[in-house]
Write a protein that binds this ligand. Sequence first.
Ligand SMILES: *Cc1c(COP(=O)(O)O)cnc(C)c1O
Length: 372
Amino acid sequence: MSTTAPPSTATTFHHHPNPDARSDEERERLVAAPAFGTVFTDHMARVTWTAGAGWADHRVVPYGPLSLDPAAAVLHYGQEVFEGLKAYRHADGSVWTFRPEANATRFAASAHRLALPQLPVEDFLTSIETLVAVDSAWVPGGDETSLYLRPFMFASETFLGVRPTREAEYVLIASPVGPYFPGGVKPVSIWVVRDFHRAGPGGTGYAKCGGNYAASLLPQQQAQAHGCDQVCFLDAATGTELEELGGMNVFVVAADGSVSTPALTGSILEGVTRDSVLTLLREAGREVTERGITLAEVRDGLVSGAVAEVFACGTAAVVTPIGRLASDDFDLPVGDGGTGPVTAAVRAQLTDIQYGRAQDHHGWMHRLLPPR
Ligand SMILES: *Cc1c(COP(=O)(O)O)cnc(C)c1O
């Protein structure tokens, strides 16, 4: 939604300031050189759900460990969902986030699939607005830096029986992050895994849940053992079509300039970046299709030159060029192994919008804080 969105009507988050908040000096040191996902701000937002009372006790509290009973359902049956988005500081000091309603809606859809309660979209948005306002000094200001926001929800009920939880916790934490590619964008190598799948028909592939990531880690380890950076999964039904990486969607650019990406089948995560890239490419006048893409087609296209570029996309790395594709029976460079022009252009277009360097014609940016 755009800046003209009406003020939020969601429940107020009560602020309990952290008495041990880091000093300005310590915070500035931490924000200056953040390693991804290792440094967190002074506060976190929380909302507690019970089957009897619904969502209650909206609060922003000091960041710190959660206390869980060893019999908490999430620790046994993995009833958990999460989201990932970023807050960007623009040149005038204002702070914005990108399409947060899309994340809020997906969070609710993921929760539904995992039989968790659905957090109202307004509460999701207000938790972000409130936490970023409280910890505004933690939003970095450098090139391609951001405050990574991680909303998540889990089954907190103390109960070992197998049924949907009657108690859940929603938590939002935030972590300042530096550029994903500190030395400039660098193509990654991809291992296409044959004997494992990330998700199957009717499963949880479209939901953003920790369990999908747990299932992707052994294949990811194998990809690394084969000298590749990341793993790409094939569809579980036929084992012939590209689905996505462990945490990023995938696009194929043909030599004629047309672009395709795997259609959403239920086992693919519907990325906000994927949708934004589709929009930008279509507006640029490209022929863009969502369809089944076989591995054979891509492999043959890399050999013949019919496939010019392959890239992955997601919030963390935005758009990542793929420079090499390998599996049990082939190992091929993509183009010359570098970053292709279509990949580079769409990456620049998207980051220019996110960092306020280009006009936001789509109403994708949501202002969190005014200029300072
Ligand atoms: C989060 C995620 C993506 C990317 O989604 P974005 O909304 O673009 O960040 C892609 N695939 C999987 C499996 C994911 O979990």
